[in-house]
Ligand binder design. Structure first.
Ligand code: NAI
Length: 691
C-alpha cells in the first residue's frame, strides 16, 4: 500500500473526501503537493464529492518558484487539473487566506469554489514577469469574460466577495471553512456543474475593439515591461481559440517569459525584498520594544508623512511642533491628503475618521515625549538643531526608549553624542512622500544596539514600510549612489546631450522619472546649496539656477512647465548649455543612447561596490531593493547590482576604466571589489552566497 503522502492530508467527512494541502507556510504547489493531490484524487474514489482545502493560514500561494529553471519533475499542475476535470464526482476548492497564482488556477480547474469571508484570490504572475502557466488565462475568461483582463494583466488580487460578484467564486461561506465547505458541497452535490473549460457563454462574440479598449488602461503605464503584453495575448487566445489551443498560447508565453531577463529580475527583487528585511548579524533573540505610542518631532513634509503612515496602519501617533500655527498647518496637511484619497474613492469616510482619530498633535514637547514608546525626529536638517532636540529628547523620554532620526545626510553618531543613550539612537530614513514610499533605510550608528535595530525594523514593517538596514555614511546607500550620477549628467549635457535626451534614455530604460525631471521636481536650489556647502561647481546646473530656473516651483528648471506641469524642452536651457560648452571649449558631439545609460548607471554601480566593501550595505540585494523601492528603479530591471551582473563584471570594470579615462572623472576608476570580482570571474550574486 502506498504511504499517505506527507504534503497532502486526507480526511473523510461522511461521503465527502477532504484533501488538505499541508506545505507550510503558504502551501506552494511543490512537486510533492502535486503528486499528493493526484494520489488523493485516486484515493477519493467512491466518495460523492471531493473538497480541496489548504492547512494553516492559506489555500495556496501558487507555484514553488524555487523549482523554476530546474528540470521539471512530474506530475505537472496540468496533470493534476486533468485528473480533477476527469473526476466523476464534483471537486470543490475551499479557499481561505490567499489563493494566488497556481493556487487560484487549481481552484479554477475545480468544479466549484467556495471561500471564507475576506479570502484573497488573484493571479499575480504578471508581477513576477510571466503569465499564469496552468490554464488561468484560459479558464478565468471563460468564467467572467473581459473582467479577467484586469485580474490577469493588472495582477492585483480581489476579495472573495468581489470574486463572487464577478462570478468565479460560487459562494462565501461562514463558520469554520472545512465544515462549511463540506456542507455546501453536500447540499450542492446533485447540481450539474459545468467545468470552466467547457463554458462558452462569457467568451462568445469576441469583439477586437472592445477587447483592445479594455486592455488600454491596463498597459498604459507598464514602461517596457513584457509580461503584461504576454498576459494580453494569452487572454486574447481564450476568446479566439478553442481551449486546448489557448492553453498552448499560454504555455508558449509562459516559457518565453519565465526564461527571460525581466522575470529573473522580478523574482530577484521578490525574494530580495524578503531577504533584505532579515538583518544578518542580529542575534536570533533580538526583539524590538513594544510600541503602542509613536511620537514624531516636527510636522513638516516628512514628519506629517511619517505620522500618516503610522495612523494608516493603526499605530497611535502624536506630532510635536514648535508653535500652534506650525502644528495646525502640519495636521491640516495630513487631513487634506486623506481627504483627497477619500474623494478619489480609495479610502472610505469611516476609515479616514479612524485614521484621523489615531493622529494627535501638541506643542508640549516634554509631556508628549515622556509618553512615547518610540520617537522619530523630523526637524530641520541641521546638526546643531538636531543635537539640541536629541539632548531634550534624552531627558524627556523614559529610559530604554529608542530615539530615531529621519536625517537624510547627517552623521548618526554626531546626533547620538547629544544623548546619554547612544546605543538606542538610530536613523530611520523615510523617503518623500513618506506616506507613500515603501523604502525605509534604517541607519546603524557605531553604538546602535540590537534592540534599537529590531525596534526600527519591526515598527517599519508594521507601518507598511520595507526596512533595509544600512551603515552610517554621507547619503547612506540610496542618496550616496545617486549622488555619483550627478557629475556625469553635467558632463553629458556639456558634451552633447540636452536634458530631454538624458531623461528619454532613463525613462526608456524604465525609470519612473529621468534625473533632470527629478531635479526639477525636488527643486534645483537644493543641489546648488549642497554644491555651495561643499565648494564644488557644476557650470551648467549653476547657470540654470542663476537664470532663476529652480524647477517646477518656478515653472521652469531644466524644462519649461505649462499650467498642467507638463514638461516642455526649453530653448533657454539649450542656449545655456551651448554657451557653457563654448566657453569651456568643449566640442559637442552626438552621444549614443547606450553611452548615456552606461555613464549614468556605472558610477552608481561603482559606488554600490564601494558601499559593499565598507559594509555600509550587507548584501548586493539590499542595494537593489533600495533602488526599486525608493528611487523609481523598475523592478523588472532588477536594480543596479543585478544590471551590473547581467553586463558581467569584466565588462563593467573595462567600461568604468574607459569612461574614467575619457571623462577624467576619477570616481569612475573601478573600485577594488569590482577589480577583484572581475579578475576572479565572480559576480555580485556569488558574493552574496559567499557572505
Ligand atoms: P520641513 O521643513 O518640512 O519640516 C520640519 C518641521 O520641523 C517644521 O515644521 C518645523 O516647524 C519643525 N521643527 C523644527 N524644530 C523643531 C523642534 N525643535 N521641535 C518640533 N518641531 C520642530 O522639513 P522636512 O522636509 O520634513 O525634513 C525633515 C527632516 O527629514 C530633515 O532632517 C530632512 O533631511 C529629512 N528628510 C527629508 C526628505 C525630503 O524629501 N524632504 C527625505 C528624507 C528625509
Amino acid at each position: 500500500m502506498a504511504e499517505t503522502p506527507r504534503f497532502v492530508e486526507h480526511a473523510r467527512d461522511g461521503d465527502v473526501h477532504v484533501l488538505r494541502i499541508a506545505n507550510a507556510p503558504v502551501n506552494t504547489l511543490r512537486t510533492e503537493v502535486r503528486a499528493g493531490l493526484l494520489e488523493g484524487l485516486k484515493a477519493a474514489a467512491g466518495a460523492k464529492a471531493v473538497v480541496i482545502i489548504g492547512s494553516g493560514r492559506n489555500f495556496s500561494a501558487g507555484a514553488e518558484m524555487t523549482e523554476f529553471g530546474k528540470p521539471r519533475v512530474p506530475p505537472s499542475l496540468t496533470d493534476v487539473f486533468d485528473a480533477i476535470e476527469a473526476s466523476p464526482v464534483p471537486v470543490v476548492a475551499a479557499i481561505h487566506g490567499n489563493a494566488l497564482g497556481g493556487g487560484l488556477e487549481l481552484a479554477l480547474a475545480c468544479h466549484a469554489r467556495v471561500a471564507a469571508p475576506g479570502a484573497q484570490v488573484g493571479l499575480p504572475e504578471v508581477k513576477r514577469g510571466f503569465v499564469p502557466g496552468a490554464g488561468g488565462t484560459q479558464r478565468l475568461p471563460r468564467l467572467i469574460g473581459l473582467e479577467a483582463l484586469k485580474i490577469i494583466v493588472g495582477g492585483e488580487p480581489v476579495s472573495a466577495e468581489q470574486a463572487v460578484k464577478l462570478g468565479f467564486v460560487d459562494a462565501v461561506v461562514d463558520g469554520p471553512l472545512e465544515k462549511a465547505a463540506v456542507d455546501w458541497t453536500r447540499a450542492n452535490a446533485g447540481r450539474q456543474f459545468t467545468l470552466a473549460r467547457n463554458r462558452t457563454d462569457k467568451i462568445a462574440g469576441y469583439d477586437a475593439a472592445a477587447f483592445d479598449a479594455a486592455v488600454k488602461p491596463l498597459t498604459a503605464r507598464t514602461r517596457g515591461q513584457e509580461s503584461p503584453l504576454g498576459c494580453v495575448e494569452a487572454v486574447r487566445a481564450a476568446f479566439t481559440m478553442p481551449f486546448e489551443e489557448g492553453l498552448k498560447v499560454e504555455r508558449d508565453q509562459f516559457q518565453r517569459l519565465v526564461a527571460g531577463e525581466q522575470s529573473q529580475a522580478l523574482r530577484h527583487i521578490f525574494f530580495g525584498e524578503r531577504e533584505a528585511q532579515r538583518v544578518p548579524d542580529l542575534p536570533a533573540d533580538a526583539k524590538g520594544l513594544t510600541v503602542n505610542k509613536l511620537v514624531v518631532i516636527g510636522g513638516g513634509t516628512m514628519g506629517g508623512g511619517i505620522a500618516m503612515s503610522a495612523a494608516n496602519f493603526g499605530l497611535p501617533v502624536t506630532i510635536v511642533e514648535t508653535s500652534a500655527e506650525a502644528l495646525e498647518k502640519g495636521l491640516k496637511r495630513c487631513e487634506a491628503n486623506w481627504e483627497r484619497t477619500v474623494k478619489s474613492g480609495r479610502l472610505s469616510q469611516a476609515e479616514y475618521e479612524k485614521r484621523r482619530a489615531l493622529l494627535s498633535g501638541t506643542t508640549e514637547f516634554e509631556k508628549a515625549v515622556g509618553e512615547a514608546d518610540l520617537v522619530i525626529e523630523a526637524v530641520f536638517e541641521n546638526m546643531e538643531v538636531k543635537k539640541e532636540v536629541f539632548g531634550r529628547l534624552d531627558k524627556a523620554a523614559r529610559p530604554g526608549v529608542v530615539l530615531a532620526s529621519n536625517t537624510s545626510t547627517l552623521d548618526i553618531d554626531g546626533i547620538a553624542s547629544a544623548t546619554k543613550r547612544p546605543e538606542l539612537v538610530i536613523g530611520m530614513h523615510f523617503f518623500s512622500p513618506a506616506n507613500v514610499m515603501r523604502l525605509l533605510e534604517n541607519v546603524r550608528g557605531s553604538a546602535t544596539n540590537a534592540t534599537a535595530i529590531a525596534t526600527a525594523t519591526e515598527v517599519g514593517k508594521r507601518i507598511g514600510k520595507l526596512p533595509v538596514l544600512v551603515g552610517n555614511c554621507d547619503g547612506f546607500v540610496g542618496n550616496r549612489m545617486t549622488g555619483k550620477r550627478g557629475p556625469q549628467v553635467e558632463k553629458l549635457l556639456l558634451e552633447g546631450c540636452l536634458p530631454q535626451d538624458i531623461d528619454r534614455v532613463m525613462e526608456g530604460y524604465g525609470m519612473a522619472m529621468g534625473p533632470l525631471a527629478t531635479g526639477d521636481l525636488a527643486g534645483l536650489d537644493i543641489g546648488a546649496a549642497v554644491r555651495k556647502a561643499r565648494g564644488t561647481v557644476a557650470p551648467i546646473a549653476d547657470a540654470v539656477v542663476a537664470a532663476g530656473r529652480l524647477g517646477q516651483k518656478t515653472s521652469k528648471g531644466y524644462y519649461d512647465y505649462d499650467e498642467n506641469r507638463k514638461r516642455i524642452p526649453s530653448k533657454e536651457v539649450e542656449q545655456i548649455i551651448l554657451d557653457t560648452a563654448e566657453k569651456m571649449q568643449v566640442r559637442r558631439r552626438k552621444i549614443e543612447d547606450q553611452e548615456i545609460l552606461e555613464r549614468l548607471l556605472l558610477p552608481m554601480v561603482n559606488e554600490g561596490a564601494r558601499i559593499l566593501e565598507e559594509g555600509v550595505a550587507s548584501r548586493p540585494i539590499d542595494i537593489d531593493v533600495i533602488f526599486v523601492n525608493g528611487f523609481g528603479w523598475p523592478a523588472f530591471r532588477g536594480g543596479p547590482m543585478f544590471w551590473a551582473d547581467r553586463m558581467g563584471l569584466k565588462a563593467v570594470r573595462d567600461k568604468l576604466a574607459h569612461y574614467a579615462e575619457v571623462t577624467g572623472d576619477r570616481n569612475l576608476q573601478p573600485c577594488a571589489l569590482i577589480e577583484k570580482l572581475a579578475t576572479e570571474g565572480g559576480s555580485f550574486a556569488t558574493l552574496k552566497r559567499a557572505a
